[in-house]
Design a protein around this ligand. Sequence first.
Ligand code: HEC
Length: 170
Amino acid sequence: MQAIKLMIFGVVVLLLAGVGVASLLLRGAFSTDMGDQPSIKPQERPLEPPVGSVPRANWEKLISREEAGKALRNPVRPTLTSLENGKRLYGIYCELCHGENGKGGGPVAAKFVPPPDITTSFFRQRPDGFIYGTIRSGGPLMPAQGEALSVKDRWDIVNYLRNLQEGGAG
Ligand code: HEC
């Protein structure tokens, strides 16, 4: 009886040792470390699309602000929904520098470059497309806000800014 117990014990020990050795040997072959994979990590930029692939949505040709001012027509009517969305997004992405009413003085303005009052006639005369291009790609100093916003969102902000410039909203 004792001998049989010993034998079973011996077999179990050998099996466990075998599994241990095998897992050590196969470590490289079957990695269980999911951290090592080709996905996009936090703080990493998204991968470029494969060469030759064709985007099916949200595709935009990158043009300068000046070109955008000439070529783009605002496709979004300044409806209440558009203005409300524009106001919401302005509060998130622009107010920190440009202030609540577009006249400057947001909390970041003092730490960054104080932006000009963008409700003056000089900025009113800018075409919608130019402002759209500024939001998307930034200005000489202003950082681009484009990556965070969809095309529709950017036009909604343009509409809201127009409203601010007319003193229509605050
Ligand atoms: C980090 C601060 C900062 C943020 C955020 C920011 N801006 Fe600006 N913006 C500036 C500065 C500084 C200028 C003036 C220098 C320049 O044009 O680069 C400016 C210029 C502008 C102009 C004038 C461009 C021209 O020459 O006609 C417009 C319009 C404008 N911003 C709109 C926006 C809108 C809309 C948002 C939000 C989507 C935004 N900005 C977010 C700092 C900022």
